[in-house]
Each structure stands twice: as C-alpha cells, then as structure tokens.
Write a protein that binds this ligand. Structure first.
Ligand SMILES: *[C@@H]1O[C@H](CO)[C@@H](O)[C@H](O)[C@H]1NC(C)=O
Ligand SMILES: *[C@@H]1O[C@H](CO)[C@@H](O)[C@H](O)[C@H]1NC(C)=O
Ligand SMILES: *[C@@H]1O[C@H](CO)[C@@H](O)[C@H](O)[C@H]1NC(C)=O
Ligand SMILES: *[C@@H]1O[C@H](CO)[C@@H](O)[C@H](O)[C@H]1NC(C)=O
Ligand SMILES: *[C@@H]1O[C@H](CO)[C@@H](O)[C@H](O)[C@H]1NC(C)=O
Ligand SMILES: *[C@@H]1O[C@H](CO)[C@@H](O)[C@H](O)[C@H]1NC(C)=O
Ligand SMILES: *[C@@H]1O[C@H](CO)[C@@H](O)[C@H](O)[C@H]1NC(C)=O
Ligand SMILES: *[C@@H]1O[C@H](CO)[C@@H](O)[C@H](O)[C@H]1NC(C)=O
Length: 770
C-alpha cells in the first residue's frame, strides 16, 4: 500500500510537471499602464478573486496597483475593467500595534514588489507582515506571518470598497451590513453581510454574505462608526458579538500566534451558504500549498491544455498562456448564487462588456470552452427571461454600460450559426433578440448621456425604427447606427435559421441602414465617402479624422469616423463599392495604417488589419496584424496596448497567434499566419484541430501555401464546418516574401446585394438621399 501510494504520487508529480503549462502564465501581464488585469488568485471564471487593494489616489480597477499603499486584501474583484472600480469587498487588513480606532486609515506601505503565480499571491508589507493568498472558486485562504513584536491584528472592515476618484459619480458606496463574531468549536469565526451599490455599471444595492474562520485563538472586538460613511468617528468599540447598521462596521481580531491562517467563503444568497462554500471548498486544516497546486491543476486541465504546442520559445509560450489566463478570469460563473430569481438555467455575471468581447472573445470562448459557452448563452437568455433584456454588460446582478448596440444579439447569432443547440431554448433566444430590436428600453438617465437608456437594449431605437438612421437627438448616433446594423444582421441570421422568412427579410433590410449615414462627399486624406452624423434632412459636416469628445454624448463612441467606416463587416462588398472598388479599398486600408489611424487598444479597430483578406491581399493582413502584435503585445506588466477589457485584447492576440480571425455572426474565419510550428486545439468531445507551419521564423511569416484537411487551399478563409465543427487540420508553408496564394473565392459578404465593383451611384441609388 505504502509502495503503491509512493508510485502513484510520483506518477502524479511526473504528469503534473509534464503539463505544468501554468508556469508560462504570468498573472502580472497587463496589470500596469492601464491594462488593469487582476494579478491575484482566481479559478477560471471563479466567483472569488482574492487579491490586494491599493490606494494611489487614482482608480484601482482590479484592486492592484504597482505603487501605493495596501488598504486591504479582498475577496471579490474584476479583471481588465474600466469606467470605475467594482467590488474590492469582503476584506481583511493585517495591522500591528494597539488599535485605538479600527476605522482610522490602517493602510500599509510595500516592503517589496508583490509576487504572483497561478494559484498564489504574496505581499510584503512595510509593517513587517507577510500576506500569502490562495483560493478556490467560492472561498479564499489568507496566510499571515506577523513580526515578533506584537500586538498582531486583522481588521475586517465591512465598509471597505474600491472607490473611484474620477469624479463621474460612478464610485461605489457601502450601504450597510452586519457582523457576528464568536467561537465555532476551536476556531474563531465571523459572518455577516455587506450591501453596496454603483461602480461602472451604476448598479443599485446588492448584498454579499461572508463567513470567515481563523485557525488560531484570537481576542476580538466589534466596532461601529457614526453613520458618516467617509468618516472614522467611532460610536462603539466593544465586546459585543453582533453589530448591524447602515453605519461603517466590522471586527478586529488580535492574535498571540505569529502565523495565522484565515479561510473565508462568500455567497450572494446567505451567510449559511457562505459558510458551506468555505467549509466544502477549503476544509479546516487545508494548507496553502495544497490549494496552490489544486488551482494550478484546475487551470492546466480546464484552460491551458486546450491549446498545446511542442515549440519551446519562452516568450511566445508566455504570451500564449498569459493571454489564455486573463481571458478566463471574467465572466464569473455564479450558478447557484443568483439571489434575484430561481431558475434551472446557469447564471454568469461580471460581463464587461459584449461591446468589447463579441468580436474575438466570445468566438474563442466557444472554441475553447464549449460547455461553459453553452451555459453562458443560456444565462444571457435567462437574464432576458427574468429581467427583461439581455445584458450588453452586467455586474452584481444588474445590466449596465451599454456603449453601442445590443451586442448579445451578435453573440447569440454567432452561437446559432456555429451550431450551438444543446439546452439552449432558441425560441426564447430569438425572442430576446427581437426585444432588443423592437422595444426601446426605458431611459435610465445616465448623466453621461441622458438621451436614452445606457442600461440595456437599444436606447436610440426610436430613430432607428422611424428613419433607418439615428439623428443627434441621441448620443453616439453614428457609432450606434453601425452597431445596430450589425445587430439586425444577427437577427437576420437567426430568423433565417429558424425559418422565419419575413422576419429574416425585415432584419436583412435593416442591416443595410448603416448606408444611410454614408456621405459620399465627405473626404479625408484623398478618400471620399465616410460615415457621418445626419439629421432627417441633411448630413452634418464632420472631419473623418476626429471623433470630437468620442464619448457617450458625442456622435462617435471611442473611435474615429475612419475606424467606424470600416465596420460594416456583414456588408463588406457594399462598403467596398462605396469606397470605389477593391483597389481603392486596399489604398484606403494602407492609408489607415500609414497614418496611424489604427488603434490597437480599441475594439472597433480589431478587425481592420484582416480586411485585406477580402481583396486578395492576405499578405497585407499578415504584415499588419503581425506588426501590431509584435509592437504592442508582450508577456510583461505593461504588455497590453490598453485596457484588457476583460480579456478582449488577450483574445485578439490569441487569434493572431493561431493564424485565424473570426467574423462574429458568420461562420467565416479569415486566415492569417500562425506563430507556432504546431498547435493542437482541444475542441472538446474528442475533437481536435491541428495547425502546423513549416519554414516560419521572425522574418519568414508570409503564407506560401496552405493545405486544409490535406487539400490544397486557395481561399483566404475557412468556415466553421471546415476545421472546427468536427475538428480539422491546417498545414501552412511560410516564407520571407509574399506569395499570391489566395486566388480563390473571396470571403462571403452575406448582407450584400451589390457587387463589390458596383458604382457608388448604383449603391446610393437605393438609398433615400437626405
Ligand atoms: C503611503 O503611506 C505612507 C506612510 O504612511 C505615506 O507617507 C504615503 O503618503 C502613502 N501613500 C499614499 C499614496 O497615500
Ligand atoms: C499595547 O497596550 C498594552 C496594554 O495597554 C501595553 O502594555 C503595550 O505596551 C502597548 N503596546 C504598544 C506597542 O503600544
Ligand atoms: C480543532 O479541532 C479539530 C477537530 O474538531 C482538530 O482536528 C484540530 O486539530 C483542532 N485544531 C487546533 C488548533 O486545536
Ligand atoms: C458553473 O457552476 C456550476 C455551479 O457550481 C457548476 O455546476 C457548473 O459545472 C459550472 N460550469 C462550468 C462550465 O464549470
Ligand atoms: C427596407 O426598410 C425601408 C425603411 O423602413 C423600407 O422603406 C423598405 O420598404 C424596406 N425594404 C424592404 C425590402 O423591406
Ligand atoms: C455630392 O456632391 C455632388 C457634386 O457636388 C452633388 O451632386 C451631390 O448631390 C452631393 N451628394 C450629397 C449626398 O450631398
Ligand atoms: C504605406 O507605407 C508603405 C510602407 O512605407 C508603402 O509601401 C505604401 O505605399 C504606403 N501606402 C500608402 C497608401 O501610402
Ligand atoms: C462582379 O462584377 C464583375 C465585373 O463585372 C464580375 O466579373 C463578377 O462576376 C461580379 N461578381 C458577382 C458576384 O456578381
């Protein structure tokens, strides 16, 4: 028995080591320079993200900052979000000395840079305390080493949140809570709840319940503030075992021991469930080392092993696995933790945002996590079923921050055309999409744009339905018109699939309405024809090189008219015709890159480098996507071109590395140039996709020839059925010089009734001229 155990342990260690891809995933990647990724401890899509909260005077979106002072170590965070911080709640803060007022500022400086690896985090405080963290899906473990000189305390401040310093009124508020302290067997336990609101999605009040244990004897006091939630005046600091109030409150625990561990569970349902979560997932006596290797195993088996290679280039491996890591932190799977409705459907929260995610992340999510993806789609539909609209963004059980269209429509269409069926109720899914397309949501009076809802659905729908374009009565009129066209194309796809012929015709027609903003006389850098703002009667003057304020109340949201004028991807042959045909289209793309109009850090630019595939210049897609990728992406803390946007950036680079690019809502994947000599993608259900290259190097990356499933391939695209539906094989030959290999059929332009060589006047002939 002993011998057998030793053997199987060795085998386990051996196999774990041979697949420890987690060592390539660097949690600090993208954590600085506005990347805002979360470097603390989390499971894939785990509800708990345990990490530090730093105060610097500016917003700590993920809690972490490389500078500043620790204000706590808390259980809930997001990764790669912007707008305003969310969560940073259910915190512990270790503090030395006699504490006369636990509500006073008990922050700590940093003695050394934090350390992080998958499953583990460590901070060294100026106070001499070391904090190490590990976690599971719904619970966390804190391990403290205190210095010799006492007293040694841990403050649990229920009012602790990540605040916002941007002055836009999006900052979170603590609204009240309770805490109960006492003995539970030989352990010290605390439990209770906190209520909070706001954050980037402008959420109303929500509750989190917590249940924490310390493994060492402690003396403790509870405390209560005077009701001023920014103030530190104490009105009670006593041996009372319970406090409950809308005022700041918490408890302080003081230890004789120098090494103390604390296990904490959270729940959105009840303190009982919070206690169950911690006792089921981190039973008393569990060591930090056990949790750390358990978390690594989970990441290896559920995420990293989905893409493997025999290549050994460390930088490429680190970029690959760090990107996979940060793409899988949110959304969070809160199935069984939804306090708002009872349902047999799964529940996924912390979606930031489908505007960011629909192009690259959700299509990759489907490929890598088909089981979770189906649950996610069901969850989107269940939100409509119970809350009225699918989210474009959602957090703390509330929709919010809809920047453009109703992009859940794109996600559903993508899932539908790629065959996601299972337990998805597509009649309901389509009904949820029709709600987006036909019923304007009530105005939520967001001060950033009071013209219509920013919470969900399509706030500018009244104009869209009345005119087929959006006037400046509504904020973001031009960018929303582009997105509503794409959303309507999504409805067309699903309507067609469900055999709803007249609906399909209606939405196909509406998917053309982006054309109503096309002013053929708008010029820039020698090109004519751009998307412009318009009234009912006329186009408005607009320089295509500027988006003005580029914000919620402006004509274009976060991107230039030049960028949005490339975004009718479902109707690209018409776009090409309006641009003066394929040759002019290539010139326009070249000028776009030559004048640095491409924005690597923003989603409306994501697809543009690949558009050359539509005009027989696949070599230029490879050239531009590579050069952007090599210039802006590195597996380092500053290695993202902007906010991670919940993994949107990471999924863009992942597609580039795989040598493919998805056209969401269609089954088309544009072909690039893979970075590895071999890649195996585990598609689930025993299906695999193999990608190989020969002849590739840092200077030899142009496609010379390609075989797909053993057959010579002359198209710059493949379809879902070719390589993903049942698995497949793509074998590339790469070389230093461009070769005109993609001479076959162009990628589809499924919404276009025009030939790409049609004249501008022919296309404009069908449009109502203002
Ligand atoms: C961090 O704490 C130190 C020591 O109290 C203080 O001097 C410093 O100003 C603090 N930094 C910030 C950003 O608050
Ligand atoms: C803390 O308080 C105790 C009891 O009042 C006292 O003996 C001790 O010196 C104090 N320690 C510090 C560091 O102030
Ligand atoms: C606490 O009690 C449990 C059994 O209930 C025991 O396994 C554990 O060793 C005890 N811990 C300490 C520190 O006494
Ligand atoms: C999501 O969470 C639920 C509840 O814990 C679990 O049953 C389900 O398997 C999870 N989904 C995935 C894809 O892990
Ligand atoms: C397309 O929509 C426009 C504007 O609503 C309408 O006038 C036109 O009849 C529609 N065309 C078709 C073919 O449905
Ligand atoms: C564009 O300019 C031409 C020539 O001046 C003019 O005939 C046409 O009406 C203009 N079109 C629009 C939509 O303003
Ligand atoms: C853009 O720059 C490239 C490289 O400098 C050059 O070959 C190309 O002609 C330029 N294209 C345009 C449209 O300026
Ligand atoms: C588009 O027009 C060109 C030139 O007239 C013609 O060769 C081509 O077949 C047409 N394509 C389609 C899809 O109609």
């Amino acid at each position: 028995m002993a011998v057998l155990q030793a053997v199987s342990l060795l085998a386990l260690v051996g196999s774990a080591m041979s697949v420890d891809l987690a060592s390539y995933a660097l949690p600090f990647t993208g954590s600085t320079n506005g990347g805002n990724t979360f470097p603390g401890v989390s499971w894939p899509m785990g509800m708990v993200k345990l990490g530090p909260d730093l105060y610097t005077g500016s917003d700590s979106y993920s809690g972490y900052q490389p500078t500043g002072n620790f204000t706590g170590f808390s259980m809930l965070h997001e990764s790669g979000t912007g707008g305003a911080p969310k969560y940073g709640v259910v915190s512990q803060m270790p503090v030395m000395g006699n504490i006369s007022n636990p509500l006073a500022d008990h922050s700590a400086t940093r003695a050394a840079p934090d350390a992080s690896e998958v499953g583990y985090y460590k901070s060294s405080l100026g106070s001499g305390i070391t904090v190490e963290l590990a976690a599971t899906d719904r619970a966390g473990l804190y391990s403290y080493k205190f210095p010799c000189s006492g007293p040694r305390n841990v403050i649990v401040d229920v009012s602790h949140v990540l605040s916002s310093y941007r002055g836009q009124g999006l900052e979170q508020h603590y609204l009240g809570g309770s805490i109960t302290v006492g003995e539970d067997g030989n352990q010290t336990r605390y439990y209770g709840y906190g209520s909070y609101d706001n954050g980037w999605n402008r959420a109303p009040k929500w509750n989190v319940y917590f249940c924490g244990y310390f493994d060492k004897e402690a003396s403790y006091k509870t405390f209560l503030g005077d009701g001023n939630n920014a103030g530190s005046t104490l009105v009670q600091y006593s041996d009372a075992h319970d406090v409950s109030s809308t005022a700041r409150l918490g408890a302080i625990f003081t230890f004789k021991a120098k090494n103390v561990q604390s296990r904490v569970g959270v729940s959105f349902i009840s303190t009982e469930q919070a206690c169950q979560n911690v006792n089921n997932q981190i039973p008393a006596g569990t060591s930090l080392a056990t949790l750390r290797s358990q978390t690594r195993d989970v990441w290896n088996s559920q995420v990293f092993s989905r893409i493997t290679t025999t290549d050994t280039d460390t930088t490429n491996l680190q970029l690959l696995y760090s990107s996979l890591y940060h793409m899988h932190l949110i959304p969070t799977n809160k199935t069984g933790e939804n306090p708002l409705w009872t349902s047999s459907e799964p529940y996924y929260d912390d979606i930031f945002t489908l505007w960011d995610l629909f192009r690259c992340t959700t299509p990759l999510f489907q490929v890598l996590q088909p089981v979770a993806y189906e649950e996610y789609v069901r969850s989107l539909i269940d939100v409509w079923r119970n809350a009225g609209y699918m989210p474009d963004a959602r957090s703390s059980f509330f929709n919010g921050a809809t920047q453009g269209g109703s992009n859940a429509d794109n996600v559903l269409a993508d899932a539908y055309v790629k065959g996601v069926r299972g337990k998805v109720n597509w009649d309901d899914g389509y009904a949820a999409m029709v709600k987006d397309a036909e019923v304007a949501p009530p105005n939520n009076n967001d001060p950033r744009d009071t013209s219509g809802s920013t919470k969900e659905g399509r706030g500018a729908l009244p104009d869209w339905l009345a005119h087929g374009f959006i006037t400046p009565t509504f904020g973001r009129s031009v960018s929303r018109a582009v997105e509503y066209s794409v959303n309507d194309f999504a409805l067309y796809q699903v309507a067609k699939g469900l055999g709803k012929t007249s609906d399909a015709a209606r939405y196909l027609n509406r998917s053309h309405f982006w054309r109503n903003h096309w002013n053929p006389n708008s010029t820039s850098l020698g090109f004519s024809g751009f998307l412009v703002p318009r009234t009912v009667t006329s186009f408005l003057a607009q320089d295509p090189l500027t988006c003005g304020g580029c914000y919620w109340g402006d004509y274009y949201y976060e991107a230039l008219p030049w960028e949005y004028s490339f975004n009718a991807h479902h109707d690209i042959d018409t776009l090409m015709a309006l641009c003066g045909g394929p040759d002019n289209f290539v010139d326009r793309l070249e000028t776009f890159f030559n004048h640095s109009l491409f924005n690597p850090g923003n989603e409306p630019s994501f697809t543009t480098p690949f558009l050359y595939n539509f005009v027989g210049r696949q070599d230029l897609s490879v050239l531009h996507s590579r050069s952007v990728a090599k210039q802006y992406y590195h597996p380092t803390p500053s290695g993202l071109p902007g906010n991670s946007d919940a993994g949107a950036m990471e999924s863009w680079i992942l597609w580039v590395m795989l040598g493919l690019y998805p056209m969401t809502g269609q089954t088309t994947f544009l072909i690039g140039s893979p970075w590895f000599s071999d890649l195996t993608i585990d598609l689930g259900g025993g299906k695999k996709m193999h990608i190989t290259t020969s002849g590739g190097s840092d200077t030899a990356y142009y496609v010379q020839s390609l075989k797909v499933n053993g057959k010579v391939w002359d198209k710059a695209w493949v379809a879902w059925e070719d390589v993903f539906a049942q698995g497949g094989e793509m074998a590339f030959v790469l070389g230093p010089d461009p070769v005109n290999w993609a001479t076959g059929e162009f990628p589809p332009s499924p919404a276009s009734e025009f030939n790409r060589t049609a004249s501008v006047s022919e296309v404009l002939g069908v449009l109502p001229t203002p």
